[in-house]
Design a protein around this ligand. Structure first.
Ligand code: COA
Length: 248
């Protein structure tokens, strides 16, 4: 099975992360495929909404930590990562996410770009960037404080405090919390509702609400520059080694 599954349900394009044996940790190839899928959907008039989904027990464990080690050695972040983040920020179609289980790192920050987030009761969102010696990414340092206020964004992005689905809803980054068994159906229903709206009005309203996309892209690039340097930090190297060599 491919690591990313792409399906079409009427006007909804579904992009599903499918590497459950590695908790949907994202490899460069997965970023590349997701970016291409979102770009293709943007060009397809038949697609009126995108749905990003994961596996039943995990949404996404963030960037593959083996790739972080390789990126630290090469001194470059990986073009597919930047391409994916830019594509997410520049996506002009409505984005819905269906989140079950852990959403870690970019698994959480990609949600901040979504228009609707439907979470199962099992969902947990967390960004342990700073404890790994890293930094917030994906434009999250700009978007999260806007969405949830500085103090709550600080708890999430800097202190690495996890948010349950209910806490995510209270913080304003989750729309609905549903039983795990209903997640796919409920998220698809939301995506279909959005797809059924007059699309020009919906597109213009979304653009107005999101503000300057260039500002978001500029923040993604600024974060990426600082992140790249932090990958080589003593703290990050130690955290990667500890995770990748742990004994269970
Ligand atoms: N990169 C690479 N491999 C990862 C990974 C990641 N981000 N997350 C999980 N995996 C791998 C594990 O190494 C393990 O592989 P193995 O079976 O070959 O040993 C497999 O996925 C299952 O992970 P495991 O930790 O056993 O699952 P869990 O259910 O106990 O815990 C998580 C799930 C997501 C909480 C945990 O895997 C985790 O903390 N992952 C790292 C998250 C992270 O720091 N991401 C980067 C943020 S910037």
């Amino acid at each position: 099975m491919p690591d990313i599954l792409i399906d079409t349900e009427g006007p909804v394009r579904i992009v599903r992360m499918n590497r459950p044996e590695k908790k949907n940790a994202l490899t460069l190839a997965m970023y590349e495929t997701m970016a291409a899928a979102i770009e293709d959907a943007g060009k397809d008039a038949g697609v009126r909404c995108l749905l990003i989904a994961g596996a039943p027990d995990v949404f996404c464990a963030g960037n593959d930590l083996n790739d972080f080690v390789a990126m630290a050695q090469s001194g470059a972040l990986g073009t597919p990562v930047i391409r994916f983040l830019h594509t997410l920020a520049r996506c002009d179609k409505p984005l819905v996410a269906a989140v079950s289980g852990n959403a870690v790192g970019v698994g959480t920050t990609m949600l901040l770009h979504c228009d609707q987030v439907i979470a199962s009761e099992t969902a947990t969102m967390m960004t342990p960037f700073v404890s790994l010696g890293l930094l917030p990414e994906a434009g999250s340092s700009l978007i999260a404080p806007r969405l949830m206020g500085h103090a709550r964004a600080y708890s999430l992005l800097v202190m690495g405090k996890p948010l349950s689905a209910a806490e995510g809803k209270a913080a304003g980054i989750v729309n609905a919390v549903v039983p795990a068994a209903e997640l796919d159906v409920r998220a698809l229903a939301v995506a279909r509702d959005i797809a059924a709206m007059p699309s020009d009005s919906a597109t213009i309203a979304r653009r107005l609400m999101r503000g300057s996309v260039d500002e978001i892209v500029a923040r993604i690039d600024a974060e990426a520059d600082a992140f790249r340097a932090r990958l080589e930090s003593r703290e990050a190297q130690a955290a990667f080694a500890a995770f990748l060599s742990r004994k269970r």
